[in-house]
Design a protein around this ligand. Sequence first.
Ligand code: FAD
Length: 317
Amino acid sequence: MKITEHLNNSNKTLFSFEILPPLKGQSLNGLLEGIAPLMEFNPPFIDVTYHREEYIYIKHPNGLLEKVSTRKRPGTVGICAAIMNRFKVDAVPHLLCGGFTKEETENALIDLSFIGVENVLALRGDAPKSEGKFVPEKEGNSFACELVDQIVKMNNGRYLHDETEVGFHTDFCVGVAGYPEKHFEAPSLGFDLKHLKSKIDTGAEYIVTQMFFDNRKFFEYVKKVRELGIDVPIIPGLKPITTLSQIVSLPRTFFLDFPEELMTELEKCKNNADVKQVGIEWAIHQSRELIQFGVPSVHYYTMSKADATYRVASEVF
Ligand code: FAD
């Protein structure tokens, strides 16, 4: 079922979450067993992230450096199939512009459609860590908006090399990313919102936000989005903080701020167990307030460790 149908059919806030494919060499079963307890809260959909290639450099005996592409977390499409098969819920693969030509994207979408995937989250992706700046593939999409356009065209039976409408139309509901604290490359929130609007005007049907820890920022963001005439559902993304290292890494990686009240509590923590307790309590507080605000779903970034999300959900849903 489409995400928009799930949201429209429900008269209460839903519970949803995101997982990462396991590191190459680790088992799918471990991942599925890990998230199984979360099924108690009836998630209508589960997002599966996509991880593009990274590069390593190999030095040959002759002194030449060879750039080799590696992927640490392959398997997004297979995991989607496994989730739908095992849990009978919709899986939402993340699809990137980066690393794909439009032709490869077209073929990936046909595969997804054939295995019964009805929703995709269309994203630009970031540059590989070894490169500073996002560079699209030569024949690829440069921004998420272009990827949305390609998917919508396929939904209308328009493929890349066909002038005429083809027989098989895909039928994807397309989601896109939103950033309550602005995307890190955007010079201003206004600039970022203008491009968010292009994604919606092109045919995206819902927004999932980057994680945030200050609900006031989300409420202001929703107000600004609505003022632009964007009326699609906005799903807030939450991450329960679980380790001391995340106090530094989350703001740095995702370009966000912790509110002062949360920082005060985190500063008292001496070990990971303390942080996890504070993180869970904070996520419970955020979730309750968001539900009261009337969000369609609260979406948790589990990073494939379901325990903290389970403890939050058991208090909230
Ligand atoms: P876009 O919407 O294309 O925006 C990128 C930047 O370009 C923004 O600053 C925007 O303001 C600007 N911009 C947009 N259009 C234009 C234009 N026409 N001209 C000039 N500037 C423009 N990354 C992964 O690698 N894998 C994942 O699975 C993944 N999942 C994610 C899930 C969520 C919910 C979120 C919020 C992010 C996720 N990301 C993921 C990270 C995402 O790929 C990065 O944040 C990336 O830098 C931006 O992607 P986007 O789709 O928001 O890009």
